[in-house]
Design a protein around this ligand. Structure first.
Ligand code: G4P
Length: 536
């Protein structure tokens, strides 16, 4: 007799299958490479048409800084910008937003702690740009697998081999093409899928691109000439021979270790190569895996619920002074109203009103699985990096702080509003918008802000005005780097430093050195190793 599965067995099976179909990733790119366009097209293919429309609107709202600073509209959809969940080809895609454009900040970096893979978008004419490089470094530190989409092939761009070479040289990661462009700019005809040996032709039409896959079993077949023309056929044969000669076959294991990036070429704007890229993404991007904690690696399936807070946002609803904490689930099943531990505080918390943006709707989450991101109301009990868990306590490896590169003195112009000024600052620091420093030898206790990007200062000023009714002025300081000496106080006080280097304290009271330029920092790192400098 066959015994029917118990409820527990069914629940276990569901956890396994739901986890296996999660793909949680973010897009990293330099402004204008095409992140918004690619996001829109990915959402279109996943059938989330309305969401696709909202992506660009949001980008334009962000451009209009004053609009953005009024924030209400922005706030209303900011859960959307934190994570978009859609279903595609049997997979649940969780696309986490990296606000990596005008509002480039630590938030962007922290988001990358919550993903299982990343998509790097490059502009074919520009290759690797500054911000791509910074974001890539964060992914590399975590060993996050990265897929690359080289965009704008419909415009004159650089040679594909040059672009691959640049990825390898500049980022020090292997680059394996999965497809190869046929022509570029005005002559862009499509791509050749290297493993399927298939030509995907692109024809411009009044309604965008039209594509027709054509099987070309043998590149020596003269039918290729008829298909793409003599010159393009010869060029493709030569390129493919060169690639095959170089023996650059794609290897999944090295990709999953973050040592090699598979590369696809296409044009997001013309809808060309986006769908095959999305298919590649769901095939290759890994589902949630093990995460390191103080108890060792945590298995997403066998361990009970655990997750961590990677983002906190205050005042999303202007009517209520609420704060939302965004949690990335790492293991086990999450259910609404679940009671979890916060080991940092040693207390138990009920996760009420969890929500998530699914397709068009902001919905209440009844249950969620590893890889998912949920937003919960934070009555001041969560801080960025907090682990939440059920069962024996654990703490996930800390979310690193990133070294600030911009510094400024913030002054309160509404003197009567001393209390609001401090409360606002405290909350913005809790959200991780900026770090606070102070000068222990200063006559007055100045409020010194430190941030990864300048725009964070604008955010502080705007939000202080809009949410706390406090007008402030900002005076930039001419420092470009900060390092934390971890030597003893005696060694620090005995070490001779340039007079231009300023010593401050952070909010924990730890000493911080501010440097005016890279040269000064490099000199001190090299010549004063006894300081044991570290990034935060
Ligand atoms: P971002 O989010 O990375 O900043 O880039 P976004 O997608 O907004 O793209 C930046 C510009 O590049 C946009 O033009 C967009 O239309 C264009 N673009 C994106 N993909 C392609 C492509 O495959 N080919 C070509 N030729 N252009 C592409 P814009 O005029 O600056 O902005 P918009 O008015 O379209 O928003």
């Amino acid at each position: 007799m066959i015994t029917p599965p118990t409820e527990q067995t069914l629940a276990d099976q569901q956890l396994v299958s739901e986890t296996a179909r999660r793909r949680t990733f973010a897009i990293i790119s330099h402004p204008d490479a095409g992140k918004t366009t690619l996001t829109e097209k990915l959402l279109l293919y996943a059938g989330a048409i309305d969401l696709a429309g909202s992506v660009r609107t949001r980008k334009h709202q962000r451009h209009a800084t004053s609009d953005w600073m009024a924030m209400e509209r922005e706030r209303g959809i900011s859960i959307t910008s934190t994570v978009l969940a859609v279903d595609y080809a049997g997979c649940r895609i969780n696309l986490l937003d990296t606000p990596g454009h005008q509002d480039f900040s630590e938030d962007t970096y922290r988001t990358l702690m919550a993903v299982d893979s990343a998509v790097m978008v490059l502009d074919a004419a520009k290759g690797i740009e500054a911000q791509t490089r910074k974001l890539f470094e964060v992914c590399r530190r975590r060993g996050v697998p990265i897929l690359t989409f080289i965009n704008k092939l419909d415009q004159p761009g650089r040679e594909p081999l040059d672009l691959l070479d640049e990825i390898e040289q500049v980022l020090q990661i292997g680059a394996t093409p999965l497809n190869w462009p046929i022509g570029s700019g005005g002559d862009f005809q499509g791509v050749y899928n290297l493993s399927r040996r298939q030509v995907l032709r692109f024809t411009r039409t009044a309604h965008g691109a039209h594509r027709a896959p054509v099987q070309v079993a043998d590149l020596a077949d003269p039918a290729l000439e008829t298909l793409i023309g003599d010159a393009a056929a010869q060029r493709l044969r030569d390129d493919v021979a060169l690639l095959e000669g170089a023996g650059a076959a794609f290897d999944e294991a090295t990709f999953l270790r973050g040592e090699v990036t598979p590369v696809c070429f296409g044009s997001a704007l013309n809808n060309f190569g986006v769908e095959p890229f999305l298919q590649t993404l769901v095939e290759l991007a890994p589902p949630p895996g093990m995460r390191m904690s103080d108890r060792g690696l945590i298995d997403p399936i066998t361990e009970p619920f655990s997750g961590f807070v990677f983002k906190i946002q205050a005042n999303m609803d202007p009517q209520h002074r609420d704060r939302t904490a965004f949690i990335r689930i790492c293991s086990g099943r999450f259910t609404k109203d679940m009671q979890v531990q916060n080991p940092r505080l040693g207390r138990s918390i009920r996760l009420t009103r969890p929500s998530r943006m699914f397709a068009r709707e902001r919905e209440t989450v009844i249950e969620a699985f590893p890889g998912d991101v949920i937003g919960v109301t934070n009555p001041g009990v969560f801080a960025i990096g907090d682990t939440l868990c059920v069962g024996s306590p654990l703490t996930f490896t800390a979310i690193p702080r990133f070294a600030p590169e911009c510094f400024a003195v913030l002054q309160n112009r509404s003197l009567a509003k001393h209390k609001q000024f401090h409360k606002g600052l405290e909350q913005l620091v809790e959200e991780g918008v900026v770090q606070l420093l102070y000068d222990p030898d200063g006559l007055r206790r100045e409020t010194i802000l430190a941030a990864v990007g300048e725009l964070q200062f604008d955010v502080v000023q705007a939000r202080m005005a809009a949410e706390y009714n406090v007008e402030t002025t900002l005076e930039p300081l001419a420092y470009t780097a900060a390092r934390w000496p971890t030597c003893s106080p005696e060694v620090l006080s005995e070490t001779r430093l340039f007079s231009t280097i300023r010593q401050m304290r952070d909010s924990n009271g730890d000493p911080v050195l501010l440097f005016a330029n890279e040269w000064e920092l490099a000199y001190v790192e090299r010549e004063r190793p006894q300081l044991l400098l570290r990034v935060p």
